[in-house]
Design a protein around this ligand. Structure first.
Ligand code: ADP
Length: 256
């Protein structure tokens, strides 16, 4: 197999990035972007400089969640990330397209090249950079693993998947790329009844925990399906979310 470290790309010399964490999932639609956004907001609330590199090039959902619709600007020195209301730095293909509803119809190598440029050309200035990874373990994910020096990854899974297999694949990929796994975030774990507060586990309980334990990985969070969260994403106002589901994950990022 290929030496993973040999393909790592250099950061823009004018940029500063502390730690880089990838957020991965086995497939689309499980809340990888939701988790990335909430992690970024949580760390920003803790006073850090935070960036989000949207590597989900064909399904970019980060700008919309933060209500960003303007185009990114650049100069000789590099591309400027677009700032959210609370000062989170974001770079995404959607911030480069002339028309944000245009589909990205590019082949794998072009997509990989764009993601690499988000690392090598963007003028990041952050303590924590979160990479919203492409879903699954395909060639673009592989290319991100090979070109961006990740300090660790968080795996997002929803309980109704064949979680064991998804976790297994993500774990194996991370091991092959020699990237540490911080733990698993279970999304859509339950719905809280608006009348009595009882937790309804729509897809069964504890499956993700079992899968995580099988791989000796910590279960970092169990996030409910919350209509308020979906509404905030739709309104481009995810920075106003209330809830502390990802505090445990954030503590780990801080090394607590
Ligand atoms: P992925 O990045 O894995 O493709 P997203 O984060 O874009 O998935 O989530 C898919 C959809 O589900 C989005 O519309 C998002 O707002 C919504 N969603 C994700 N997690 C939750 C949640 N915990 N509660 C409510 N809606 C959610």
């Amino acid at each position: 197999r290929q030496e993973p470290q040999s393909l790592l790309k250099e950061l823009n010399p004018a940029a500063r990035v502390g730690k880089v964490y990838g957020v991965v999932s086995g497939k689309g639609g499980v809340g990888k972007s939701m988790t990335t956004c909430q992690l970024a907001v949580t760390m920003r609330r803790r006073g850090y400089q935070v960036g989000v590199l949207d590597a989900d090039v064909t399904g970019p959902s980060i700008p919309k969640a933060f209500g960003l619709h303007q185009q990114a600007t650049g100069s000789e020195a590099g591309m400027n990330p677009v700032l959210t209301r609370t000062g989170i730095q974001v770079m995404s293909t959607n911030l480069l397209l002339a028309n944000e509803t245009d589909p990205v119809i590019w082949r794998g190598p072009v997509i990989s090249g764009v993601v690499q440029q988000f690392w090598t050309d963007v003028l990041w200035n952050c303590d924590y950079l979160f990479v919203d990874m492409p879903p699954g373990t395909g060639d673009v994910s592989l290319s991100v693993f090979q070109s961006i020096p990740l300090d660790g990854i968080l795996i997002v899974a929803s309980p109704q998947e064949l979680v064991s297999m998804v976790v297994e694949k993500a774990v194996k990929m991370a091991e092959m790329m020699e990237v540490p796994i911080l733990g698993v975030v279970e999304n859509m774990s339950y719905v809280a009844c608006p009348d009595c507060g009882q937790h309804i586990h729509l897809f069964g309980q504890g499956k993700t925990r079992e899968a995580a334990e099988r791989h000796s990985l910590p279960l970092l969070a169990e996030m409910p399906i919350d209509p308020a969260l979906a509404a905030l994403v739709d309104a481009g106002d995810i920075e106003s979310f209330e809830g502390s589901w990802l505090d445990g994950a954030a503590d780990r990022l801080e090394g607590k």
